[in-house]
Write a protein that binds this ligand. Structure first.
Ligand code: GLU
Length: 424
């Protein structure tokens, strides 16, 4: 189970940030008013309040969302988040970012996202299962292999996906593995899917280092967030020769300028104590401190809105690789650009998860499964290609990596919308 990695609630509104990022690129591309209006809206927004019987016999009502931003390029795709801080605007932003992320990687998907307002750590396993099955039944109207394919996100994991797959299958009278991705391998999950978001961060970082002419070997790295993305990225970057000097989770972080050492040992400590800093000899630091460390590469892999107008100026890393969705606000982006910080944007850097979700869906539809080597090699090809396409635009337009990635993505979605035409 991956948990929210920072306690602080982001000050900005993620959907407003997502719209501002889109508007800036719509201006650059000279999109007409109608096309802008289409892309600024989420196509479908579903809210459901549903009861769950708790272990003590009481009943609690939970609120959940599933939002489809755009389906011009194919069925919609995106994760399901369980967090006490989920809001409809957050889910809208995350669904819009999924549209752009799938388009940057050139996957045949539109964007979606879902969430339930719940801290999963406060539920027993049976309660979590009942909540998930009831929510799966409620969104059963929307999801399906050709319609909308959920996946794990913050607070959900392969077990939650297995319950959704089973609930949907029971409602249809036969097994439908392709209705969700990020499932356990035994029921149609893909090899390499759990590590994919972190592996995508590694591949994007390797490309970024090559593009900037800086060696990854020996580079110091600070990672905010030690959930699925952050912990896997830490392990793989460490294997690739980088020096992980700081990691953190909700409770704060640890810092050791000459390297934290064995990442597996930190994971073991986290499992033992519940939180990263407990029991580690490194200097204990706050999440805010971690973002301002003098490192070569900063990987925000927690929540949105972490690098903002008030701290962007204090970021000392010359390179940021965004493992989280939306970790940098538009105001912060402008400050970082001014400072010459090279930012590999979320919709490129953290696309690894959805790319391997795509592979999982393809494997499920064909009932033909691939070796992990093949999954990883294909993932590398897609991240490398997307990175090259984005840097080609950056070089031609003299813009930021985010603007270039948005230009690539928005153009692809606009083209699909235009060629399909407006119904009726
Ligand atoms: N939740 C992940 C993301 O934000 C993966 C989505 C998916 O695989 O559909 O990209």
């Amino acid at each position: 189970m991956t948990n929210a990695s920072v306690a602080e609630r982001p000050a900005s509104n993620a959907f407003e940030d997502a719209l501002r990022q889109f508007d800036a690129v719509a201006d650059r591309l000279g999109l007409d008013a109608g096309m802008r209006d289409i892309l600024r809206h989420c196509k479908r927004e579903f809210t459901v309040n549903f009861p769950v019987q708790m272990d003590d016999g009481s009943v609690r009502v939970f609120t959940g969302y599933r939002v489809h931003h755009n389906e011009a390029r194919g069925p919609v795709k995106g994760g399901l988040r369980y967090s006490a801080n989920v809001t409809l605007d957050e889910v809208r932003a995350l669904s819009m970012w999924m549209t752009w992320k799938c388009a940057v990687a050139n996957l045949p998907y539109g964007g979606a996202k879902g969430g339930v307002i719940v801290d999963p750590r406060t539920l027993s396993k049976r309660e979590l299962e009942r909540l998930t099955r009831r929510f799966a039944a409620e969104i059963g109207l929307l999801i399906g292999p050709d319609e909308d394919v959920p996946a794990p996100d913050m607070g959900t994991d392969a077990q939650v996906m297995a319950w959704i797959m089973d609930t949907y299958s029971m409602m249809h009278g036969h097994s439908v593995p392709a209705v969700v991705t990020g499932k356990p391998v035994t029921i149609g999950g893909s090899s390499g899917r759990v590590e994919a978001p972190g592996r995508g961060v590694l591949f994007a970082t390797q490309k970024a280092c090559a593009y900037r002419g800086v060696p990854l070997a020996g580079a110091s790295v600070a990672i905010q967030g030690f959930g699925n993305v952050g912990s896997t990225a830490a392990k793989l970057l460490d294997d690739a020769g980088a020096k992980i000097v700081a990691v953190s989770d909700t409770n704060g972080g640890i810092y050791k300028p000459d390297g934290l050492g064995d990442i597996d040992a930190i994971l073991a400590l986290k499992h033992e104590h519940g939180f990263v800093p407990d029991g580690h000899p490194g200097e204990h630091i706050s999440n805010a401190d971690l973002l301002e460390l003098p490192v070569d590469i900063l990987v925000p892999a927690a929540l949105e809105g972490q690098i903002h107008a008030r701290n962007a100026d204090r970021v000392r890393a010359p390179m940021i690789v965004e493992g989280a969705n939306g970790p940098t606000t538009p105001e912060a982006d402008a400050i970082l650009d001014e400072k010459g910080v090279f930012v590999v944007p979320d919709i490129l850097a953290n696309a690894g998860g959805v790319v391997v979700s795509y592979f999982e869906w393809v494997q499920d539809l064909q009932s033909f499964f691939w070796e992990e080597d093949e999954v990883n090699a294909r993932l590398r090809r897609i991240i490398d290609r997307a990175f090259d396409e984005v840097t080609a635009i950056r070089d031609a337009e003299s813009c930021t990596m985010r603007e270039a990635a948005y230009m690539l993505a928005v153009r692809r979605v606009v083209e699909a919308t235009q060629v399909r035409g407006i119904f009726p």
